[in-house]
Design a protein around this ligand. Sequence first.
Ligand code: ATP
Ligand code: MG
Length: 346
Amino acid sequence: MKQIILTGDRPTGRLHVGHYVGSLKERVRLQNSGAYDEIYIMIADAQALTDNAEHPEKVRQNIMQVALDYLACGLEPEKSCIFIQSMVPQLTELSFYYMNLVTVSRLQRNPTVKAEIKQKNFETSIPVGFFCYPISQAADITAFQATAVPAGEDQEPMLEQTREIVRKFNDLYGETLTEPKIVLPSNQACLRLPGIDGKAKMSKSLGNCIYLSDEPEDVKKKIMSMFTDPTHLRRDDPGHTENNPVFIYLEAFSRPEHFTKFLSDYQNLDELKAHYERGGLGDVTVKKFLNNVMQAELAPIRERRKEWEQRLPEVKEILRAGSEKAEKKAAETLYAVRNAMQINYF
Ligand code: ATP
Ligand code: MG
């Protein structure tokens, strides 16, 4: 069986470091591993419109921003087909057929949808399109016959919903669609990176992000203002590292060579944590170290992004060509789907 990846992001803002550790970094690794026959990376503009219908210009502008972030992180258009969701109309048609295979109560039970309805204050006025986005996500994944979806932990309920749709479709109409698996980052801290406020997951909609394109001074300001352990008031107080955003970020980003380079009193994160938990280690020292670590990680990405910013017509052409290629693949699946449903009339 062919190994195929489909994944993507909503163009609701520039991408942040949560995207990076939760999904982007893994995609680049898989892209370069050579283990996949086809890779599709989707900029989900139609999905973004389900909760941004009043702001199509915001979605349109961010398509380019997300594309720049992709290229900056090392996605290569020769290996990964980058495309725009709404330029592949077959996805909408597939969604329409899949809607018949899902109940309203099943959608209501989807924990990610539940959390997002609350977060967006949609309780009494959920747009139907938003409510149905897990179905459209199933269409996106299955249209490419994806076997693997590298994504953050919040996407697991979407994948479960997709697998249910695949099983239902194949039961009813015969083996046509492929069941996908989620590929989560192996590092626990990367599954759902918290925002700099330490409350919820880092999310474009919550304004608690460090963006991949932030300038070094902004990254520093954000890190120095981060929440830490509220019980660690004085330097000598014993501190907690669990649920402490600064330590979660260090788990996600730091490597042994960062210690040699920036904080040579400690060999690794375990030693730093032990000192913080014992007491006697100030938040400022830890934050300064985190700043050095993140600056080192983000500098090459920022540099590559600036280079691509000078080549916007090329970026647009990458998206056009990618969308054309994606449409061909989705059309093949749609043809098979209509055949299976026996609705290819002529
Ligand atoms: P929005 O607020 O518009 O929903 P978002 O910040 O949640 O934006 P998405 O485009 O919904 O970003 O997510 C894209 C991908 O990035 C998904 O695979 C998701 O799991 C992953 N992701 C998003 N935020 C995080 C995070 N804080 N930690 C780990 N992975 C994340
Ligand atoms: Mg999201």
